[in-house]
Design a protein around this ligand. Sequence first.
Ligand code: AHM
Ligand code: MG
Length: 336
Amino acid sequence: MSNNISLTRYLVEQQRIDGHIPSQLRLLLEVVARACKGISQAVNKGALGGVLGTAGSENVQGEVQKKLDIIANEVLIEANEWGGHLAAMASEEMDSIYSIPNRYPQGEYLLLFDPLDGSSNIDVNVSIGTIFSVLKKPEGQESVEEKDFLQAGNKQVAAGYCVYGPQTTLVLTVGDGVAMFTLDREQGSFVLTEENVQIPADTKEFAINMSNMRHWDEPVKRYIDECLQGKEGPRGKDFNMRWIASMVADVHRILTRGGVFMYPWDKREPEKAGKLRLMYEANPMSWLIEQAGGAATNGKERILDIQPTKLHERVSVMLGSKNEVERVTAYHAKPN
Ligand code: AHM
Ligand code: MG
């Protein structure tokens, strides 16, 4: 459908028509997109660029960092720190927030990101991606602290991801639907390839790491068990399963053809609410999914309404086709 509308033109027109993208936010989104182009280049080079393998360090969550995790993190910081549009950044790969150095002007936005989601897929040439969320800095204060980031997902002013797969695709919402842009490598720009993305309310496809089944809670077990029973079971239809182990790629499939994605709480680490992180994984993805007509809960409540209590907070995630997410959420409310 494109008619060759670049991301730049799309953002300028959004700013002009609706006036709900202030110029600082437009600049921010362009800079994030430019950084994603750089990350895409590094990902594409793979072994030729010497970027595969582990970096020999761990992040704040105790996960081994890959070289590309660190490269992607640096690309995003270097691209965003000098433009004057940000007050601070936060990343899955950094223990604490990154305030904009004094030598640069400070802007009014806060940028959160998972620089390279799907780390276990980096070295095996399977789709990975960058996830980002944009919040506004609370008004009337000079410096920014971690507590200023602790805003519910419903306060986001922009959210998106860039998936590095067979194509590099940037997916974006500023609260006015979901648009997809494909990277045209010859032109070096993102070109609009899908607008007003809509997820069908029903689906026959689920995504969950089945190897954890014995650790799940009853409502999740019940939901998946009923899917597995297929036509002969209470759902009366056969289901298909997909699990890419890159949330970006699984969410991209759901935005493209529907489906339900779950990474629920499980008994392996009962004190943690889930594996995925609320502020820079679940929140941006939940907003995109809702903007496309889907739903996102933690099994009990809307993810976007959860008040974060810490930057790297984890959350149980169930998102995608509305009727399926509502069903599994209802199973949590009435386990029997
Ligand atoms: P990461 O941010 O360290 O890459 O972890 C998040 C990823 C998600 O992209 C994906 O859905 C999940 O972890 C896969 O986990 P598992 O390997 O337990 O199936
Ligand atoms: Mg991640």
